[in-house]
Write a protein that binds this ligand. Structure first.
Ligand code: NAD
Ligand code: LMR
Length: 329
């Protein structure tokens, strides 16, 4: 028997990430090739944005996706999030050349307060929320705090692009395929303070640390390359990453819904206090997922360098949170 359609709400649907994301959701890349979807697309009320959204929807129509069971355009989160099973909060103001992420904190905080409240009021009680719009961790924290009637664990932030970047850089260094690498993770904030940690990773079952055996490369090349990749792409393209960000959003939700079969991935999730990260902090952790739930990988030995880096990214997140305290109480 055919599955009932799942409702997927996407904000910022006429933006660059939206343009790479929607077609893949409708094609079954995110929720499975047997899972019909209904797209509920939110854009700002601005006439130009709504017109652009209509254009994207025309193109989606023109793909005649067999799994697309419906599609609606919205300018109000209260209708866009109605009964949503998955909500991808992409819409935000992207950073331009030379701008710091902190500059965007206040403007985006307003957006995510409103959207958190709307999710709280109308979304499915099991809605899985992924925040992509920057600053992603703090925006996710604000949305979570604005939705007291939904379980906090339903709110997540996207660290998967950082995880994929870390995988790719490590694979290139050791000259092995991506699939040979396991147990990699990225701790903390989606910002240059993130800590891409391969101290537990294996390459074809062998410890990655021993294979790399190059502290200078790790500190001076690997960590800055992964941490500042977003800025490097803005510098090169004149626009922030879009297709790779959409791909990471697909990976994040697919793994959350369909499971990782025991393998590690990275998700930004509200801390349960593990590894000394204060409860509720929206933090990148190594996780495994099963039956639609994520679990933090427990019992890892965190060495002194890793601890220092984790403390640094935590401090930044706490500062971001303090900057929006007046909005979330
Ligand atoms: P974009 O400017 O091309 O598109 C954003 C869209 O969001 C626009 O169409 C805009 O009209 C819409 N929007 C703005 N406010 C909205 C609101 N309140 N409700 C609904 N729609 C709204 O930007 P983009 O390149 O698609 O990037 C989107 C966001 O994703 C940015 O914040 C960017 O920094 C972030 N991003 C995050 C990651 C990550 O790894 N977490 C990676 C890349 C980009
Ligand atoms: C990225 O990591 O590519 C983006 O978050 C960069 C940005 O600031 O939009």
């Amino acid at each position: 028997m055919a599955k009932a359609p799942m409702r997927v709400a996407v904000t910022g649907a006429a933006g660059q990430i939206g343009y790479s994301l929607l077609f893949r959701i409708a094609n079954g890349d995110m929720l499975g090739k047997d899972q019909p979807v209904i797209l509920q697309l939110l854009e700002i009320p601005d006439e130009k944005a709504q017109k652009a959204l209509k254009g994207v929807m025309m193109e989606i129509d023109d793909c005649a996706f067999p799994l697309l069971a419906g599609m609606t355009a919205h300018s109000d989160p209260m209708t866009a999030f109605k009964d949503a099973d998955v909500a991808l909060l992409v819409g935000a103001r992207p950073r331009g050349p030379g701008m710091e992420r902190k500059d965007l904190l206040e403007a985006n905080a307003q957006i995510f307060t409103v959207q958190g409240k709307a999710l709280d009021a109308v979304a499915s009680r099991n809605v899985k929320v992924l925040v992509v719009g920057n600053p992603a961790n703090t925006n996710a924290y604000i949305a979570m705090k604005s939705a007291p009637n939904l379980p906090a664990k339903n709110f997540t932030a996207m660290l998967r692009l950082d995880h994929n970047r870390a995988l790719s850089q490590l694979a290139a260094k050791v000259g092995k395929p991506i699939t040979s690498i396991e147990k990699l993770c990225v701790w903390g904030n989606h910002s240059p303070t993130m800590y891409a940690d391969f101290t537990h990773a294996t390459v074809d079952g062998q410890p990655a640390k021993a294979l790399v055996n190059d502290e200078a490369w790790t500190k001076d090349v690997y960590l800055p390359t992964v941490g500042k990749r977003g800025a490097a792409i803005i510098e090169a393209r004149g626009l922030s990453s879009a297709a790779s960000a959409a791909n990471a959003a697909i990976d994040h939700v697919r793994d959350w819904v369909l499971g990782t079969n025991g393998k590690w991935t990275t998700m930004g999730i509200p801390s349960d206090g593990s590894y000394g990260i204060p409860e509720g902090t929206m933090f990148g952790f190594p996780v495994t997922t099963e039956n639609g739930e994520y679990k933090i990988v427990q019992g890892l030995q965190v060495d002194a360098f890793s601890q220092e880096r984790i403390n640094l990214t935590l401090k930044e997140l706490q500062e971001e949170r303090d900057g929006v305290k007046h909005l979330v109480g």
